[in-house]
Write a protein that binds this ligand. Structure first.
Ligand code: AKB
Length: 320
């Protein structure tokens, strides 16, 4: 069996995906690709390799020296950071993806996973029940790289037969690693602040509804699409992939059921404009139909699990 390479392993998704893949395939078969941020103890349970995805020959060496045949290419600069540094977002997100796709083609890599995002949509996209194929006019550099990346994946599939599969992630909520530089990050920060300080100042308006998902569902969907039979993958752009949609006000009400003293205030900043250009609810029925996507966690189940696990992580007494 060839090895699995996960780029961006110290990121929010990678920190949960690498252990899940190692549990399935064995620690030694899953290589955690890292760059600047050093890996924590959990990632060090198996092979860790430092690699810059913008350096094609460095990635090629990792593939050749380790007999890699599956790649989860997670490295990416997210929406808010991308608006502060559009050059960096283009370089990391586009050059990194093009390098991985070229190498997948040249080294007969069996499968590639690449995450797109709800950021691939834009202000003229229908915001309710957003279909998979619709108007795409992203107005952030992150969104531009996600939509262009989807087209590139589809091109490499149809032109070169690269079996690349993709999901449009919504905001992902998790307790292991913090998201960094996204617009949906508030949905994680709110839990930390509710537990630690019982107050949170949110940078989005109270009514900013966005599609969201709890990490165990994101990992399940990611592994399931990669395990699906190639004939079941009918969409080679990227699948809409969601679980719930909620606003800061709605998640606050849910948290307050367990931490009644919790208080929130709102000070919208630049990220509000980004959130306003994204869908509120996306329609992921194609993923459900084609390869059997099903989510498990709704808002209330996720809130209970987050509070339980985060209080254990922070050493704070569980409020229920
Ligand atoms: C972000 O907010 O930038 C990301 C995303 C939705 O892709 N979490």
């Amino acid at each position: 069996m060839g090895k699995i390479l996960v780029t961006g392993s110290v990121g929010q998704i990678g920190s949960d995906l690498v252990p899940a893949l190692r549990e399935k395939h064995g620690n030694e078969n899953v290589i955690a690709g890292v760059h600047r941020t050093p890996p924590g103890e959990e990632l060090k349970q198996g092979p860790v390799i430092t690699v810059d995805v913008t350096n094609k020959s460095a990635v090629e060496n990792v593939i050749k020296e380790n007999d890699v045949n599956v790649i989860y290419h997670l490295v990416g600069v997210l929406s808010a950071t991308g608006e502060k540094n559009p050059e960096l977002a283009w370089k990391v997100n586009m050059e990194g993806l093009k390098n991985v796709l070229d190498l997948a083609r040249d080294h007969n890599i069996e499968r590639v996973f690449w995450p797109s995002s709800i950021a691939a949509f834009g202000p003229n996209t229908p915001r309710e029940n957003t279909p998979q194929l619709t108007v795409m006019d992203p107005n952030t550099m992150y969104g531009v790289t996600k939509y262009a990346g989807e087209l590139l994946c589809q091109y490499y599939f149809s032109k070169y037969g690269v079996d690349v599969r993709s999901l449009r992630y919504p905001g992902v909520i998790s307790y292991k690693a913090l998201p960094g530089g996204g617009t949906t990050d508030y949905s994680v920060a709110i839990f930390y602040e509710a537990l630690k300080n019982k107050r949170y100042t949110c940078y989005l308006r109270e009514d900013s509804t966005l599609p969201m998902m709890y990490m165990p569902d994101a990992i399940k969907g990611t592994i399931n699409i990669m395990e699906a039979d190639p004939s079941d993958i009918k969409c080679r752009l990227s699948y809409n992939h969601t679980a719930v949609s909620f606003s800061p006000k709605e998640i606050t009400e849910e948290i307050k059921k367990h931490i009644p003293e919790f208080e929130i205030s709102y000070e919208p900043d630049d990220r509000q404009k980004i959130a306003d250009s994204w869908p509120k609810v996306i329609d992921d029925s194609e993923a459900r139909k084609d390869w059997g996507w099903e989510h498990e966690f709704g808002l209330s189940e996720m809130t209970v699990d987050m509070i339980e696990r985060l209080s254990a992580k922070l050493g704070i007494e569980k409020p229920f």
